[in-house]
Design a protein around this ligand. Structure first.
Ligand code: ATP
Ligand code: MG
Length: 348
């Protein structure tokens, strides 16, 4: 296919998706409240909500045993409630063919480095959560800046002609960096900033609220193609220190991740989240670092990338977990113009 055809094709798909979006949003995200489910009244609903399940989608993915404990209801009742939530949220099976069709609409955002793109099978995918974890200064946020700009590029330049949402939990979003990257890609810097909606989260509860607001934003702006959460765990880690509250924390993180995954799936959006690593004093061999929130995110994120500093100021990305791509590594660098392939000199 010629480039023009590809573009036209994708535009058509986008138009179709956008049409679908308007209907979907009503069907999926604006249905009734938890309290309207059969067998749930306002009392049980408020207990379910305080257990961290704010809406029917998140309830649909809940473990019934958690509800038994949190709401003081019997196991059969809990199972019935979760099943009702599943029905109401339209979490149905689809045929392999339908699934293949849906996969065909997957699009990719360029990372700015060809080597990195190849590692990811072409770039950061829509309909998936991509998690980048690594130590401070490894480039997790820089990658987010790059994606938030690159998503705005036309398709033939590695973008999706789209807009971005950015949830900032650490106060590290820098408009000037966006402007700098946009200018170097030939975009209007102010327009590029205009195309990114930023929400600053001050607490983990606030972060949950912001994520729950995203469906509304997507509805208002169907061009949204990227959601960034930088960083996913910082607030949760700071607030939930004692082990006693760990289960509570994981549940909330789970709710956030599942909401993001649903959005990614339904609206063909790429989700990029960052995560710090924590020292693992118990690991004597191998890499003594592990992503915060470890296994909870690991099970949800489709692609996991471990970033580290390499030789001569370069960065190394390692693909740790992916459904169909081989594990591997790619080197790149962070320049004033953004993420780029290493020059020949540095490859040595
Ligand atoms: P943290 O865990 O602290 O949030 P991070 O992984 O998000 O860390 P980044 O902020 O993405 O780290 O990376 C910071 C690094 O990016 C800097 O140390 C520097 O090497 C590089 N960097 C940032 N801005 C520029 C620039 N304008 N030109 C060149 N390199 C830059
Ligand atoms: Mg950062």
């Amino acid at each position: 296919m010629e480039d023009d055809d590809v573009e036209e094709n994708i535009e058509e798909q986008n138009e179709e998706l956008n049409e679908e979006k308007k209907e979907d949003i009503a069907a999926d995200f604006e249905y009734k409240d938890i309290k309207d489910l059969p067998g749930v009244g306002s009392t049980i609903a408020s207990k379910i909500k305080s257990a961290g399940y704010q809406d029917i989608i998140s309830l649909a993915t809940a473990n019934p045993m958690v509800l038994v404990e949190a709401c003081g209801i019997g196991e059969p009742t809990a199972k019935k409630i979760v099943a009702e939530a599943r029905d109401a949220s339209g979490m149905n099976f689809m045929s392999g063919l339908e699934f293949e069709d849906k996969r065909k609409s997957v699009q990719r955002i360029s990372t700015g480095s060809e080597a990195f793109n190849i590692l990811l099978g072409g770039g950061v995918e829509t309909q998936a959560i991509t998690e980048c974890y690594g130590e401070y200064g490894s480039g997790k946020s820089q990658m987010a800046f790059q994606l938030a700009v690159d998503v705005q590029l036309p398709v033939e330049k590695g973008g999706l002609d789209g807009h971005a949402i950015w949830i900032d939990t650490e106060g590290t979003f820098r408009p000037s960096r966006i402007e700098q990257l946009a200018a170097s890609k030939g975009l209007d810097p102010k327009q590029a900033l205009q195309n990114i909606k930023i929400g600053r989260a001050y607490s983990s509860d606030h972060q949950v609220l912001l994520v729950n607001k995203v469906p509304e934003l997507v509805n208002a702006d169907p061009k949204i193609k990227l959601i960034v959460v930088d960083s996913m765990m910082a607030l949760f880690r700071a607030e939930y220190v004692g082990r006693g509250t760990l289960a509570d924390r994981q549940q909330k993180v789970n709710v956030v991740l599942h909401t993001l995954q649903r959005l990614a799936d339904r609206f063909n959006i790429a989700v990029y989240i960052t995560n710090q690593v924590m020292a693992r004093p118990d690991v004597m061999f191998g890499d003594p670092t592990a992503a915060v929130g470890g296994h909870i995110i690991g099970h949800v994120a489709t692609y996991r990338i471990y970033l580290r500093k390499g030789k001569k100021g370069s960065r190394v990305a390692k693909l740790v977990d992916s459904p169909s791509l081989p594990e591997g590594e790619a080197s790149f660098e962070i320049t004033s113009n953004g993420i780029a392939d290493l020059d020949e000199e540095k490859k040595k």
